[in-house]
Design a protein around this ligand. Structure first.
Ligand SMILES: Nc1ncnc2c1ncn2[C@@H]1O[C@H](COP(=O)(O)OP(=O)(O)OP(=O)(O)O)[C@@H](O)[C@H]1O
Ligand SMILES: [Mg+2]
Length: 459
């Protein structure tokens, strides 16, 4: 018997029975309840590792139950079940600490994937809590550093930090960090590495979308002399270079399908083969991956291997966009103002309340990176001793962008914004990417996706 207990709370007996049947077949101990009070009794009595919870329940909604469970039963992870109309509530639930969700109507595979992923997390937490001596691996110093450098007061960010510190302690667990551009995926990945027992070893960031596909295999695994025309010497790949340390696979979703199988093998077996050699070389690396894409959608489109996905996301950390956590804007603003003034040896200006309010209602498509860039621009231009709302012109403000948008189709408008940014920078892609608050690689991909011509004649 699997030692993970599961409680299912849903008012439809058809659903509780169906789930119970499938999960018991997979050797889980399963309890079911159809009313909230019944559910609370079982939570108390059975202390399940996982609660599968419907969003809509009679007399109490799933979010209220989630809140209570998070307060009173810290050891229970919650997977929400939702109908199609309840997506807003699901998003809210994920922000409030739910681990995952299953959408109705669901397939047996969906349940299995959600339970297994959450189960791994529960198992890891138990392991860490039992190993008392591991507690000292994340030093007070690191916790202090995080408070200083990774700023955020929202519950969502506190949770991101909590999970990152937990992940840091286990030196082998693979972590997938997801979130929009500029949300801080790379800093979180560094925090995990520098908070881990591997901290004295290398943190090797690799962006596979920036490497020509013909070179990828040799870049990752190395090659031996003579393996191909240009292989004049033996060469070590990223796995060997990062040996004993952390390999940070940025933009993992762009990894070509052909390399994914080889990567999976290297991660599963901790062994690699150099191009042109049959000899296996042992490697020991932790993989942290990052993406701003929805990998589950790519799996459905057969662009990403599901087995690799399961390998890389033993723990998944999602950093919500800045617009969903306005409480973080003021502390981030203060942080960026202070650190910029200190660096430039300038007096620190005060920050007007109107400015904070204005920024809290802005949608920040470029997230924290956009806020940081805005602060730097405003401070460079500042003449007085107070930062005011007008020192932060926002995208679209006064330019009546919404007036120029014909349709509200996201893709049409994304394309228009890219063309506009390119024109404004005289087709300099680095500057256009800055204006769009995305990376240069991301801009290149979008230019390719929309077939935008980099030719001044269209200007
Ligand atoms: N919570 C935070 N506190 C302080 N600085 C932050 C925070 N989040 C992001 N930043 C800053 O925002 C910038 C972007 O962060 P980072 O490069 O980690 O984002 P990313 O998610 O990897 O972006 P991309 O998807 O474009 O690669 C960095 O300068 C980083 O220092
Ligand atoms: Mg990044």
């Amino acid at each position: 018997m699997n030692n993970l207990k599961i409680l299912i709370l849903d008012d439809e007996t058809r659903i509780t029975e169906k789930l119970k049947y499938h999960l018991e077949k997979r050797n889980f101990e399963v309890h079911t309840a159809n009313m909230p009070n019944e559910g609370f009794e079982l939570l108390e009595k059975e202390k399940p590792g996982i609660l599968i919870l419907d969003v809509m329940l009679p007399g109490m909604n799933g979010l209220e139950i989630l809140k209570k469970v998070k307060e009173d039963h810290a050891g229970t992870e919650v997977i929400m079940i939702s109908g199609y109309g309840d997506m807003d509530m699901v998003i809210e639930a994920m922000r409030k600490g739910a681990s995952d969700f299953i959408r109705k109507p669901f397939q047996v595979m969906d349940i299995q994937v959600a339970v297994e992923r959450t189960g791994k997390f529960v198992e890891l937490q138990n392991k860490l809590e039992k190993a008392e001596n591991i507690g000292s691996l994340v030093s007070k110093e690191l916790e202090g550093m995080i408070e200083k450098d990774f700023i955020g007061e929202s519950a969502a960010i506190k949770n991101v930090i909590k999970v990152a510190l937990k992940a840091a302690k286990d030196k082998d667990v693979n972590v997938l960090v997801t979130g929009e551009n500029g949300t801080g995926k790379e800093i979180i990945s560094r925090i995990i590495h520098f908070g881990s027992p591997r901290k004295e070893q290398v943190f090797a960031p690799v962006n596979s979308s920036a490497i020509p596909s013909t070179l990828l295999e040799s870049e990752f695994f190395g090659h031996v002399k003579g393996a191909f025309t240009d292989a004049r010497d033996d060469k070590k790949g990223y796995f060997e270079l990062a040996n004993n340390g952390t390999l940070f696979l940025d933009e993992i979703a762009d990894m070509p399908f052909s390399l994914q199988a080889k990567l999976l093998r290297a991660i599963e077996e901790n062994k690699i083969k150099k191009v042109g050699s049959n000899k296996e070389v042992d490697v020991d690396v932790r993989i942290i991956s990052a993406t701003n894409k929805n990998i589950e959608e790519l799996i459905e489109e057969d662009k990403f291997r599901i087995d690799l996905y399961h390998r890389i996301n033993t723990i998944e950390i999602n950093i919500p966009p800045l617009r969903q956590r306005p409480e973080d804007i003021k502390p981030l603003l203060i942080h960026f103002v202070d650190s910029f003034c200190k660096k430039k040896n300038k007096p620190t200006p005060t920050i007007s309340n109107d400015l904070v309010k204005k920024l809290q209602s802005y949608h920040f498509p470029g997230n924290v990176r956009e806020l940081r860039n805005m602060v730097e621009r405003a401070l460079i231009l500042l003449e007085g001793d107070e930062l005011l709302a007008e020192d932060f012109p926002l995208k679209g403000e006064n330019k009546n962008v919404s007036g120029s948008l014909g349709s509200l189709c996201l893709e049409d408008n994304e394309q228009k914004l890219i063309v506009e940014a390119l024109k404004r920078c005289d087709f300099n892609q680095t500057q256009a990417a800055e204006l769009l608050c995305i990376s240069r690689d991301a801009l290149k991909r979008k230019i390719k996706k929309y077939g935008i011509e980099i030719d001044k004649s269209i200007a």
